[in-house]
Design a protein around this ligand. Structure first.
Ligand code: FAD
Length: 329
């Protein structure tokens, strides 16, 4: 696999994560542009069957050890360092999730490899790999080339549709055994969040408020809009951290992932950690007073305006439409 493009496949609670397939899609494109094979690397214990689902890769390296049953960064990084040491891939693409960020960081230290995070794309220019990545919460875009290989590239969720990273065919699977030291970290149990008052993942319409709503006292205006649209109110993390809404309403990396038919983002900047949880919504409408807010990069419709000035007229317009539709012959 010398010179190949390699993708870290995340397995968690018996499943391959969705971001893995997104990254595999980007990996396939990159490998094809370079004319090299695509390898997926999976760590686990008794998880060989999961390797079968990674058929878009030419080969899957399945690194197997009892300590790899859960994706704990320390043993995973140690195992990957051993597996990759003599295989010299050109780049290792890693889904930028809470799980893999820890693994990639420790792995880059073990391999002495350059790690570039928040990559939104990879370009092949004259045979060289260039990572396009975002900085400062998405406000600045940089093109970065790693010195040496493998380059460890943390790929932002949503860069390609997950379905493009799936394939029916069965990949060649190579099983690798590793020797691991005792891990200082052990997973004791998973704690599932308590069920919230409303299951936001089942709502067709979400009206999400961010710090731009400015005060808890302004929440009723967003609730009015949600009511007019027949949806529920959600929030970005600062809104939850300030106690304006319960944790069960948080959207994003450390909250819920939602895919409603309509997502209205009010005074939300569009930080990667928020976008991760709502980017797959069918229709995204954003209201923000800053025309350069990154939320406009994912929104289908954008309104550059003060949220408190816009909301009442938006709600009134929707109510008026509903009344007109009710009286239509
Ligand atoms: P800000 O970034 O402060 O944005 C406020 C926006 O409101 C700005 O764009 C501004 O232009 C606009 N605005 C201000 N006044 C008005 C007005 N009057 N009218 C219209 N617009 C206005 N964040 C999450 O949301 N969910 C998560 O799950 C999450 N998990 C995280 C996990 C980790 C490990 C880390 C490090 C961070 C996480 N974050 C999460 C935080 C994330 O990085 C951002 O800080 C957060 O999303 C910002 O929230 P915001 O957009 O409401 O606030």
């Amino acid at each position: 696999m010398t010179g190949s493009i390699c993708v870290l496949a995340e397995q968690w609670r018996g499943r391959i994560s969705e971001p893995t397939y997104e990254v595999l899609a980007l990996g396939r494109e990159t490998a094809d542009s370079l004319g090299v094979p695509l390898t997926a690397i999976l760590t686990g214990s008794g998880a060989r069957d999961l390797a079968q689902t990674l058929g878009i890769a030419d080969t899957v390296l399945y690194v197997c050890h009892p300590q790899l049953a859960e994706p704990i960064p320390q043993p995973c990084a140690q195992a990957l360092a051993q597996a990759l040491a003599n295989r010299a891939p050109r780049a290792l693409l890693v889904p930028l999730t809470n799980i893999s960020l820890g693994i990639a960081t420790l792995l880059s230290i073990r391999l002495g490899a350059a790690a570039i995070n928040f990559c939104t794309d990879i370009k092949v220019v004259d045979g060289r790999l260039q990572a396009v990545c975002v900085m400062y919460g998405g406000k600045i875009e940089a093109t970065v080339e790693a010195a040496g290989s493998p380059a460890i590239l943390g790929i932002w969720p949503g860069v390609r549709p997950a379905d493009k990273g799936r394939a029916e065919r069965s990949p060649a699977i190579e099983e690798i055994t590793v020797e691991l030291e005792d891990s200082p970290v052990r997973l004791k149990r998973y704690i599932d969040p308590e069920a919230g008052d409303v299951d936001l993942t089942r709502q067709d319409v979400l009206v999400a408020v961010g710090r731009g709503i400015q005060s808890r006292d302004n929440l009723p205006v967003a609730e009015e809009l949600a009511k007019a649209l027949g949806g529920a109110v959600a929030g970005s993390r600062p809104v939850i951290d300030q106690g304006w809404l319960p944790l069960s309403r948080q959207i994003g990396k450390s909250g819920l992932t939602v895919k409603p038919k309509l997502y209205v983002a009010l005074g939300i900047s569009g930080a990667p950690e928020h976008v991760e949880g709502m980017k797959d919504s069918a229709l995204i409408v954003a209201v923000n007073s800053d025309p350069r807010a990154p939320i406009f990069n994912v929104a289908h419709y954008g309104i550059v305006a003060d949220v408190m000035e816009t909301l009442p007229s938006l709600t009134a317009a929707i109510e008026a439409r509903k009344v007109a539709a009710h009286h239509a012959p």
